[in-house]
Design a protein around this ligand. Structure first.
Ligand code: ADP
Length: 479
């Protein structure tokens, strides 16, 4: 059973106060009396009255101002004003402040009780309505949350939402399963700790400063996920994980096939080339025959070099590149530029090479790095029209060596850029007479990957291209 409603009387001592108190008491209300601002504040806070009856003046302060102040704190509290006189000005003020009403003399015995009851009834009706609305909205929100939960947890791809501090604020079942954790055990924990997979750590580390979007997450049991990182303004970031194990499997099958075919082609090609060279020695050839033989041999050499590239790529992808030496990248660049000197002058290209002094060493396979530079600088020279410029820069930063190869060539369209490191991809910018197989950059990418490095391109059609390679610097073991 509810107690009696408490009416707080904030009135100066007066006959009205005594009469009012008695009338309310007889009508079944409880009352409490305060005479100044402090007591009023305390009573409202501590007693939670059902209604406040306040005098036009309270200890010399304006009752209306006090009432307005209290309404700011307790917007649903019904407040009645007791005014000495019923004037239009009072009525207006009561409306302006938003009080429930006012009473003023002459008052009959019941007038106060009636006014209090009416205000309470109205306040109760408003309260009921507000509670109903809140309930309705809450249950609709609840329903939406449940629906969202069901959808979120049934998405086949893994989804992880992080706040700005990198804490997991949402993770669905697929993502939790991928990492072998339960949703409860990682919720509200820093992703870097809760999901301690090195590939994910590196994705988190790099995405923050580089806006890197895609990353592969390789699990020991052979599963491979393609992780996509996206910033969400004002919230944090989202990581989606797509299981691409079956694509990787297909890729392996394809690579194995290509490797076997290339391997089997090499011996017959060598013998075709050998015989082609022998023909000239078996007797004199006429001018036409000599020309045809030369073309034949050039074509066989092209095919042989393609087959060799494919075999090479197969070896790199299979992780056979394990030779490591302590080397200086700038020395290998010098050597590469020397070897490419003929092409550089034939195409009338100006090459600028700058290397920061005291560059750290790398622990790398020098032959593979030469192959990487041959391809990158070779492409820059090959694609830059005669008279253009190629700039090679090496510098050190944060325990890494950064190589930049820029050219004043045609640039690469944004639609081609994501594909240039794929096997056999040749861009739309390639002029008809520029030879190539589309394998060079995939070899470069494999070499960079094998050295735990990263490669990317920045380019715009008509504004040249810059290839960046970042390799970890070698840190000698401390004695
Ligand atoms: P290839 O040069 O044999 O075509 P690559 O794998 O070396 O194959 O390069 C792939 C594609 O990337 C090229 O076909 C070309 O479209 C583009 N590309 C590479 N390097 C450059 C460059 N320096 N300037 C413009 N386009 C380039």
């Amino acid at each position: 059973m509810q107690g009696k409603p408490l009416i707080l009387l904030a009135l100066d001592e007066s006959p009205f106060l005594q009469l009012g108190e008695r009338a309310l008491f007889s009508a079944g209300f409880e009352t409490a009396i305060v005479h100044d601002r402090q007591a009023l504040g305390r009573a409202l806070q501590g007693l939670s009255p059902s209604l406040l009856l306040i005098g036009e003046q309270l200890s010399g302060e304006s009752g209306l101002d006090l009432a307005a102040e209290q309404l700011e704190r307790f917007p649903t509290l019904p407040i009645l004003l007791y005014a000495e006189k019923d004037t239009l000005a009072i009525a207006k003020e009561v409306l302006r402040v938003g009080l429930s009403g006012y009473i003023s003399p002459p008052l009959h015995t019941d007038d106060l009780v009636t006014a209090v009851r009416r205000s309470l009834k109205r306040a109760r009706a408003i309260g009921d309505w507000v509670r109903g609305e809140v309930k309705r909205t809450t249950s609709s929100l609840q329903r939406q949350v449940t629906e969202f939960d069901t959808i979120f947890n049934n998405i086949a791809d893994g989804v992880i939402i992080l706040n700005k501090q990198g804490y997991i604020i949402l993770i669905n079942r697929a993502a939790a399963q991928a990492f072998g954790v339960t949703i409860e055990s990682v919720f509200n924990r820093p992703a870097a700790q809760a999901l301690s997979h090195p590939d994910l750590q590196s994705l988190l580390g790099r995405s923050a400063d580089e806006g890197l979007k895609y990353h592969e997450i390789n699990f020991d049991d052979g599963r491979v996920f393609n992780a996509h990182f996206a910033s969400i303004p004002n919230i944090g970031s989202a990581i989606t994980l797509q299981d691409i194990s079956y694509l990787k499997e297909l890729d392996h099958i394809k690579s194995d096939f290509v490797h076997t075919v290339s391997h089997d082609l090499r011996s017959p090609l060598t013998s075709v080339l050998g015989y082609a060279e022998l023909i000239g020695r078996t007797g004199p050839l006429n001018e036409h025959q000599t020309d045809f033989m030369a073309r034949l041999q050039a074509s066989i050499r092209d095919i042989t070099s393609l087959v060799n590239d494919l075999l090479d790529l197969g070896r790199l992808e299979a992780g056979f590149d394990t030779r490591r030496e302590i080397i200086q990248l700038e020395n290998i660049i010098d050597y590469t530029l020397d070897v490419l000197g003929g092409q550089i002058s034939a195409r009338n290209i100006t090459v600028h090479f700058t290397a920061e002094p005291h560059l750290p060493s790398l622990k790398a396979n020098p032959l593979r790095l030469r192959q990487m530079l041959d391809n990158l600088i070779g492409n820059a020279i090959k694609y830059t029209p005669p008279g253009g410029e190629v700039t090679v820069r090496v510098r050190a930063e944060g325990g890494q060596v950064i190589l930049q190869v820029s050219d004043t060539g045609p640039g690469i369209s944004p639609t081609d850029q994501p594909h240039i490191f794929e096997k056999f991809f040749r861009g739309e910018n390639v002029p008809d007479n520029v030879p190539g197989s589309g394998l060079g950059l995939s070899i470069v990418k494999s070499i960079v990957d094998n050295h735990q490095g990263r490669i990317w391109v920045e380019s715009a059609p008509g504004h040249g291209s810059t290839f960046f390679v970042v390799l970890p610097a070698y840190t000698p073991p401390t004695a």
